[in-house]
Design a protein around this ligand. Structure first.
Ligand SMILES: [Zn+2]
Ligand SMILES: [Zn+2]
Length: 246
């Protein structure tokens, strides 16, 4: 299993090519695109011909996780003449996003609504979903293939944790929007600090932790120090185009 970061900027695009959330997960029998935030379709094409992508998962309908669905729609409809491309997303996403295409996706996508506790299989990859602590319906994703397991937190506040899945994931890819214990990352918040991401991954017995979705302008090294201290060992930091073997 290999994870390629297509974009990891938290909430809005960062300078110098900082696309928003998107990841490519390659297994022996599937290529999954997890979140299509702004800038990720362009970056995806540096790593894979689009024709090789098996399916798209949209964790929630905040634009930094789904805005490139519109470019993808154009690519499928006019570029590739393709219909029925599989998309897994929380119920309501299809209609919510359809306003900008006048309510008609033209059959480009085959939408499957997924919800908390659901499990689906795409190629050789098993996916499970868990509702996080984030305002629109938001689903964390667990991907299992090749004897390995990835947990992607999507966006969440501290009232959800990777412990919603079985402990001991090979890699937890966790949002870590903020820093410190105070301010917008406390209980009831809709995002995590690097410290809270580290604590949660440690409690969930994660083998490795990668921080992502950092707020643009924050010093990423400070997030790594904070997250590593809480996790108990060095964390990884997501960066555009970075590939990680899981
Ligand atoms: Zn986000
Ligand atoms: Zn969000």
């Amino acid at each position: 299993m290999e994870l390629t970061v297509l974009g990891c900027s938290g909430s809005y695009g960062a300078p110098a090519g900082g696309a928003c959330s998107g990841y490519l997960l390659r297994t022996a029998g599937a290529t999954l695109w997890l979140d299509c935030g702004n800038g990720t379709l362009a970056n995806l094409q540096r790593h894979s011909p689009f024709e090789d992508v098996t399916a798209l998962v949209i964790t929630h309908w905040h634009p930094d996780h789904c805005a490139d669905v519109y470019g993808l729609h154009v690519l499928l409809k006019y570029g590739l003449g393709r219909t029925g491309f599989p998309v897994f997303a929380p119920a309501g996403t299809e209609d919510r996003l359809a306003t900008l295409v006048d309510g008609d996706w033209g059959g480009a996508f085959s939408w499957s609504a997924v919800a908390d506790g659901d499990a689906v299989t795409v190629g050789d990859c098993g996916l499970r979903f868990s509702r996080t602590a984030h305002p629109p319906p938001t689903l964390a994703v667990e991907a299992t293939a090749d004897g390995k397991r990835l947990v992607y937190t999507a966006d969440t506040g501290p009232d959800w944790s990777p412990q919603a899945f079985a402990s001991g994931a090979d890699l937890v890819l966790s949002e870590a929007t903020f820093q410190g214990d105070d301010g917008p990352s406390g209980a009831g918040a809709i995002h995590l600090s690097a410290r809270r991401a580290g604590e949660a991954a440690r409690a969930a017995g994660a083998r490795r932790l990668m921080l992502t979705h950092l707020w643009p302008g924050l010093d990423p090294n400070a997030s790594v120090v904070e997250g590593s201290e809480a996790f108990g060992r060095e964390v990884l930091l997501a960066a555009p185009h970075q590939r990680t073997r899981i």
